[in-house]
Ligand binder design. Structure first.
Ligand SMILES: [Zn+2]
Length: 502
């Protein structure tokens, strides 16, 4: 039985237990049967012998285990079930590992250092993209000669197609690590460069994207961040009162179009829908002046934006036309931003959107030739706590069980007699001098900001390990507790690229 066969059986069981509110089919029989079936699936699991032709790397920015668990419950509850029994799409993958996320100079990491580890195979300093750990953050002169090779350069050199899809600016840390080498993640356009970097004519990240010299360049680039590509003298197409941020007068979108005369550059939903993958080889889609909308808010966007799922599907359709295969990075980038705001609702909806994109990617590819890896770059300080009863709304206040183990009729109270939520943050903007009375507050509504303990303007990352889920050829390499830089080496091995003499 293949890994996929195992997943279908598990999925069918989940559906069986899920029907009619879920509770009816649960009972001792279910756990015993499901447990035995899972053992049989585990015994039948065989690594795919073939090399991977394609690799898709999904990064849920900040999508740690607490976020995955809470999102899994929320998705189940959106479907009218209790929720805890639900599985997100990538949680049905057969192989799982844990990755240690620290940067070479930081116990709790940032996204630049962690994504460099994932895509280049070597950990580096926080804030640094695609350069080794000997380069100090912000040292433009020290960067030369310390560039780390990455998956995307190697894919282009081997003639594969490459793509980057994100909900953030395409110049933000995670997508930037696919093509840029910068000692400072914030140098997204030339106006952000330090005086020393500008004096040295060090290329900003948007410029590095357009001037990237490997193969025929990135084939598909979808996300936000027009302001980093347009000059201050050019009005934004969607927000006429806004302009680009480039101080050097360059219009990098026009420059990209010149470099790819047959490529298409687009900025809104209608243009995206009109792109025919069979007739498109190069696609640059920048759908917002800065980051794209949160998944929860996307439908309200004026010009319209494609979803992460739609962008992923379009990217695969274009890249898959290359007979040599492709490497694609897909980032659910705003899970992290919602967490930084102390807004669990948007973070969880973003995680469900990532799951949808992974499901579509698996459906549109074959597990026989396409490795899919799903991970996070780092965690956040979200916790799932209290002793809420089974099926309690995950965004709600804690309703405990009574002494018989049945749901109480009243919310649990802290030592001062106030109710509290299941989800909370260790730090961030949700901290108050004294705990608020949430009795009359709907904590499940989107704008609610979970409470936090330590008052900080932004909630922070966490230093805990993150999960790695894998499926397809080479998926079996993703096991055990690994340094995050291991992911690159496992992907290279799965693609059959490793040569000992290189
Ligand atoms: Zn972050």
């Amino acid at each position: 039985m293949s890994a996929r066969g195992g997943r279908i059986v598990l999925g069918a069981l989940a559906a069986l237990t899920a029907g009619a509110g879920g509770a009816a089919a649960e009972g001792p029989e279910k756990w015993l049967r499901q447990g035995r079936k899972a053992v049989e699936n585990a015994q039948a699991l065989r690594p795919t012998a073939a090399r991977a032709k394609n690799a898709i790397i999904f990064v849920g920015d900040g999508m740690d285990l607490a976020t995955v668990t809470a999102a899994r419950i929320l998705e189940g509850q959106f479907q009218g079930r209790k929720g805890e029994e639900n599985l997100l799409a990538f949680e049905e993958f057969p192989y799982v590992a844990l990755a240690k996320t620290y940067n070479t100079n930081q116990q709790v990491p940032d996204s630049a250092g962690t994504i460099t580890a994932i895509l280049s195979g070597a950990k580096t300093r926080a804030g640094v993209i695609g350069l080794d750990e000997t380069v100090e953050r912000g040292d433009a002169r020290g960067a030369a000669g310390h560039e780390l090779r990455n998956l995307f350069q190697e894919a282009e050199q081997r003639g594969l197609a490459t793509g980057v899809v994100t909900t953030t600016s395409v110049t933000h840390a995670t997508p930037a690590a696919a093509y840029a080498h910068s000692p400072e993640r914030n140098w997204e356009n030339d106006s952000n460069l330090s005086p020393a970097a500008r004096a040295a004519n060090f290329p900003d990240i948007a410029r590095q994207l357009v001037e990237w010299r490997y193969g025929d360049g990135l084939d598909v680039i979808l996300g936000g961040g027009r302001c980093h590509f347009l000059p201050t003298t050019t009005a934004d197409p969607e927000y006429p009162d806004a302009t680009g941020q480039r101080g050097d007068g360059r219009n990098l979108i026009t420059e990209w179009q010149k470099r790819h005369p047959k490529g298409r550059s687009i900025w809104n939903r209608a243009e995206f829908d009109a792109v025919d993958p069979a007739k498109t080889r190069n696609l640059l889609g920048l759908f917002e002046t800065s980051h794209m909308q949160f998944d929860l808010d996307r439908s309200k966007d004026n010009a319209g934006e494609p979803s992460l799922t739609e962008m992923t599907e379009k990217a695969i359709a274009i890249l898959a036309r290359n007979p040599k295969g492709y490497v694609l990075l897909v980032e659910g980038g705003r899970i992290d931003h919602a967490h930084h705001l102390g807004n669990a609702h948007r973070a969880l909806v973003g995680t469900i959107a990532m799951s949808d994109a992974v499901r579509t990617a698996r459906e549109k590819t074959s597990e026989k030739d396409t490795l899919i890896v799903v991970t996070a770059d780092h965690g956040h300080v979200l916790s799932i706590s209290g002793y809420p009863t089974r099926g309690n709304p995950i965004l709600g206040k804690v309703l405990e069980n009574d002494e018989r183990g049945e749901p109480s009729t009243e919310f649990a109270r802290d030592l001062n007699g106030l109710p509290y939520t299941t989800l909370g943050y260790q730090n961030g903007p949700g901290a108050r001098k004294a705990r608020p009375d949430l009795s009359a507050v709907d904590t499940t509504e989107p704008e609610f900001r979970q409470e936090s303990l330590i008052p900080l303007p932004h909630e922070t990352h966490s230093g805990e390990d993150v999960p790695v889920y894998a499926d397809g050829p080479g998926g079996n390499l993703f096991h055990g507790v690994q340094e995050q830089s291991y992911l690159y080496h496992a992907i290279v091995e799965a693609l059959g690229w490793y040569k000992p003499d290189e």
